[in-house]
Design a protein around this ligand. Structure first.
Ligand code: NAP
Length: 313
């Protein structure tokens, strides 16, 4: 007869990338009583985290201090479930640091924007199951270890190898993380990439809010046409459907906002251009598909970033 209490302990969530999204997820999972450990960059960051006594999650007027545990990448603890929340350009290097800790069959959720980093990470850790995610939630760090949940949204997760939905989506439910299992996650990521390519670079070049692009409608339309044709060429016809209409809807609905790329450039931070416009141009090049306007936009953006001393990849 099995012992009375035979339920196994819940699997620990390790979170690599203790920035805005990583700490937003960590705080909500911990608040739901689930075991969570943050993996921070180095000993100095671990020291700073310990001095703060945990993470603070700010939602509207409320704030909660959550004593989530933290450790270093080189800690010798096996990982069965990982959420990777570094920027796209840091993802491959970060996963390489903890690859030896990932157990065969572990689940790794990749929350990067754009495309390209997910494939690079998956190739680095063939022993695990990589789940791609796309989120419309918004968060920023108000100060060290204090994260503001700035925009309610939704997260889609999916397996490009068409596997079943994992049982641990229950953890997200319990943590009130709005989510959905998506059998077409790649199509969602392509669609988001295309929206991003049609809007964000122009907001940087014209130094305007999203709504400022209403004055550049013809240029936006030309980019939409080229992006839609590229998506079809990349076998992503669904992601191309009515792209221009959605781009204009987003421009209108977010007219007062600065795009994430605009914010990055304004604050002197590296952008994720290589995984957005760069990825689109490279996909076109590999297929010998002409995208002259996307190329021109890419070059204008690279020049703009170089002039400000920012990386252009
Ligand atoms: P972020 O605030 O910059 O956080 C990234 C974190 O990764 C930083 O804390 C950084 O550490 C850490 N990191 C980088 N390399 C590392 C390494 N080798 N070892 C350990 N930690 C490492 O970025 P984010 O805003 O959360 O964005 C993460 C991803 O989510 C991006 O692809 C972004 O586009 C996407 N996203 C963000 C939002 C949002 O609202 N923020 C919404 C949707 C999607 P340091 O702090 O030490 O530099």
């Amino acid at each position: 007869m099995p012992p009375f209490n035979c339920r196994s302990a819940p699997t620990r969530w390790h979170i690599l990338g203790a920035g805005s999204m990583g700490t937003l997820w960590a705080a909500r999972l911990a608040r739901a009583g689930l075991p969570v450990t943050l993996i921070v960059r180095n000993a100095a960051r671990l020291h700073a985290y310990k001095a703060a006594h945990g993470l603070t999650l700010v939602e509207g007027e409320q704030s909660h201090l959550l004593p989530v545990t933290a450790q270093l990448p080189e800690t010798d603890e096996p990982i069965e479930r990982l959420l990777l929340t570094c920027k796209a350009y840091d993802a491959e290097h970060a996963i390489a640091q903890i690859a030896h800790r990932l157990q065969p069959g572990a689940d790794v959720v990749l929350l990067q924007n754009g495309l390209g980093s997910q494939q690079a990470v998956a190739a680095r850790v063939p022993q695990v199951r990589c789940i791609f995610a796309s989120s419309t939630e918004g968060a920023f760090r108000e100060s060290d270890w204090r994260v503001v949940f700035a925009g309610a949204g939704h997260t889609w997760l999916g397996d490009t190898r068409q596997g079943e939905a994992p049982h641990w989506l229950e953890d997200l439910q319990r943590s009130h993380i709005a989510h959905e299992w998506s059998p077409t996650i790649l199509s969602r990521l392509w669609r988001k990439l295309a929206l991003n390519c049609a809007i964000n670079p122009l907001t940087v070049l014209y130094n305007c809010r999203n709504g400022g692009l209403q004055a550049h409608r013809a240029e936006v339309d030309t980019l939409c046409d080229e992006l839609a044709a590229l998506l079809k060429r990349c076998d992503q016809a669904e992601a191309a459907d009515n792209l221009d209409a959605e781009v204009h809807r987003v421009i209108q609905a977010t007219a007062n906002n600065y795009s994430s790329m605009h914010q990055d450039v304004a604050q002197g931070r590296r952008t994720e251009i290589g995984y957005l416009l760069g990825y689109a141009c490279e996909a076109a090049r590999q297929r010998q598909f002409a995208v002259p306007h996307l190329h021109a936009l890419h070059h204008r953006l690279i020049d703009h970033l170089k002039q400000r001393g920012l990386p252009c990849n």
